[in-house]
Design a protein around this ligand. Sequence first.
Ligand code: NBP
Length: 472
Amino acid sequence: MAALAKVGLIGLAVMGENLALNIERNGFPIAVYNRTEAKTKELMATRAKGKNFIPTFTLEAFVAALEPPRKIIILVKAGAPVDALLKQLQPLLSPGDIVIDGGNSLFTDTERREKEYAQADLNFMGMGVSGGEEGALWGPSLMPGGPIVAYQAMEPILTKIAAQVTDGPCVTYIGPGGAGHYVKMVHNGIEYGDMQLIAEAYDLLKNVVGLTPAEIHDVFKSWNQGEELQSFLIEITADIFTYIDPETHQPLVELILDKAGQKGTGKWTSQNALDLGIAIPTINAAIESRIISSFKDQRVAASSVLTGPSHFYTGDKQKFIDSVASALYCAKVCSYAQGMALLAAASSEYKYNLTLTELSRIWKGGCIIRANLLDKIQQAFKHNPLLPNLLVDPEFAQELTTKQEQWREVVATAAKVGVPCTAMSASLGYFDSYRSERLPLNLTQAQRDFFGAHTYERIDKPGSFHTEWNIR
Ligand code: NBP
């Protein structure tokens, strides 16, 4: 009888194929299955040739090829395909088997699926996988959640296939239920924020001080060499500006249509933050910027109707570039502060028992938001696990206070020149609101009481009050 595989993987598209190769390379014989047979055959004839793979062409054969208790990773399109596959798989499994959904599923779907599988004595886990194609192959950041016993059984494999950084593999047990997919969702929300802030920095460099793509490459390259902004996204951004389109001999980035989609994890982050009552204005601005970008035809039409200011920046070019670096850094810290605040709220609302230091640690390698900054975030929560907001960590507070002048200068210049920087200014608004001892919401409360008798509290005495405002 042929030897059984240690682990199985279903779904051989970009993520599944690369993760399967990673698992096998790390010493775990793997059985694979894909709904469309041709994909499995192609993989076996190419990248998996001669490797410890067991190709299977029915779910029955796939399940039979696995060592019990079975460990099955599924990487199929999120949503209905996951439910369809789980339904087909369930009758073929035995109590104690483990199924891990590594796709970008909605955390509430994961909670439901875990309960459904638990009724049949099956372990279902939701695991965030970040790092795209390269990460899946060479070491992603993994965010597994669900039954702890299932995590313990998977740990030897997950710790080997994850990205490795100086303080360990980029994986940890995230928490029960849908915790893994929840954390991946917020990770992606932070990723949206980072990407939008970088796009705004590019826009400012291009449209305020008129840098060419080659010059923008130099700026991003130097930022990536500095301690504050060094990150995967800044690194790839620098590279993007060097790519010349072979057909037109122009920088390819300038030929790309300026329309970006938003769906799934990014949108869910904003929706969930509203549900939990947590302010994430930078991440929301990133999502809304993508929405506005999608109205290309309307924007083109509006550009000849709505005239902007005729103000040009006449200040020092290098000074402005340096200020953009500071603005980008401060805005990015605010974006992470919002993501971390959302995670903390979710941890208590959903009883996930999240450890923010561990989350910062596992994001330091493999994933799209890996950045030097995460080291500092990890330290901040290590020094004070109950930190109410990253902004009040002494080191971040000091940095943002020092850099705020440059940040304000950038946002003010953008407003004067008419270049949108919605996420950078949303971050500044967040910073200013969060540091305000008194906000004008006393007036909001007065209005609410005026038109709806909603009552208000006072600062000088306890209790709930109502006033007949229109009796003069
Ligand atoms: P896709 O999200 O494009 O899904 C394609 C895979 O799903 C194929 O293997 C396809 O099989 C399978 N599939 C579908 Br569609 N419906 C199925 C069904 N009813 N039963 C069984 N299999 C079905 O693949 P991906 O881009 O590799 O992403 C996989 C997951 O990982 C997604 O949830 C994605 O959001 C997430 N993710 C992706 C990335 C990335 O960079 N791409 C990064 C991080 C996370 P077929 O070959 O027969 O059509």
